[in-house]
Design a protein around this ligand. Structure first.
Ligand SMILES: Cc1cc2nc3c(=O)[nH]c(=O)nc-3n(C[C@H](O)[C@H](O)[C@H](O)COP(=O)(O)O)c2cc1C
Length: 176
């Protein structure tokens, strides 16, 4: 079986990069990243999400403050904010939509973004440790939107070694 396909190489070589250069990203590259976000699988194709592209330094600094001063948020030229719309999912799937599917859908979108960004030669990190209410206030989010992740994106200024994994052999049971 082939392990060195472009997709497998992208999956295996991606890593979280927290030190980013401030060089700006061309708009057409950002638009392609947005397209990757939106291409994610999502329950019933309900698309319970909204995306924000933050390039304004003052706003990035505020987002940085509300993500416990994780510096990549203020240093990156672009910060994507991926929001879930729980009530859009709930309208279709009730509590499962509100509490589970919209979160899974946005997580799939973030992973699409991370892989797309990596494939395009940029770097990123998924920032989930945030003060949700403060982020919502900073971005003046409508009441039906919940910020799920910040993703600072830019050119890498470091190349950390990959994180160790447990090893799938240890955590997988085959049920034949
Ligand atoms: C839900 C979620 C939240 C995360 N939040 C943060 C975060 O706030 N700050 C950070 O530096 N990394 C964060 N990460 C990135 C993880 O730390 C990283 O994926 C993990 O250490 C494995 O490293 P790798 O991405 O290089 O494989 C988050 C990842 C996920 C999936």
């Amino acid at each position: 079986m082939k392990q060195d396909t472009p997709v497998m190489n992208c999956i295996f070589s991606r890593r979280s990069i927290r030190l980013l250069k401030s060089d700006s990203i061309p708009k057409e590259d950002i638009e392609l990243m947005l397209k990757a976000l939106e291409a994610a699988p999502n329950a019933g194709n309900v698309q319970p999400w909204a995306f924000y592209v933050v390039r304004n330094q003052k706003v990035k600094d505020e987002l940085c403050e509300y993500s416990f001063n994780q510096k990549s948020v203020s240093q990156a030229p672009v910060v994507f904010v991926v929001c879930a719309k729980p009530e859009v999912s709930a309208a279709q799937y009730g509590d499962a939509g509100r509490n589970l599917f919209c979160i899974q859908d946005t997580a799939a979108a973030v992973q699409n973004l991370l892989l797309g960004v990596h494939d395009m030669g940029y770097a990123a990190v998924w920032i989930g440790v945030v003060k949700e209410n403060e982020i919502a206030a900073t971005l003046k989010l409508p009441k039906d939107q919940r910020p799920m992740a910040l993703i600072p994106v830019g050119l890498a200024d470091e190349m950390p070694a990959p994180y160790e994994r447990q090893g799938w052999e240890k955590i997988t049971q085959w049920i034949d």
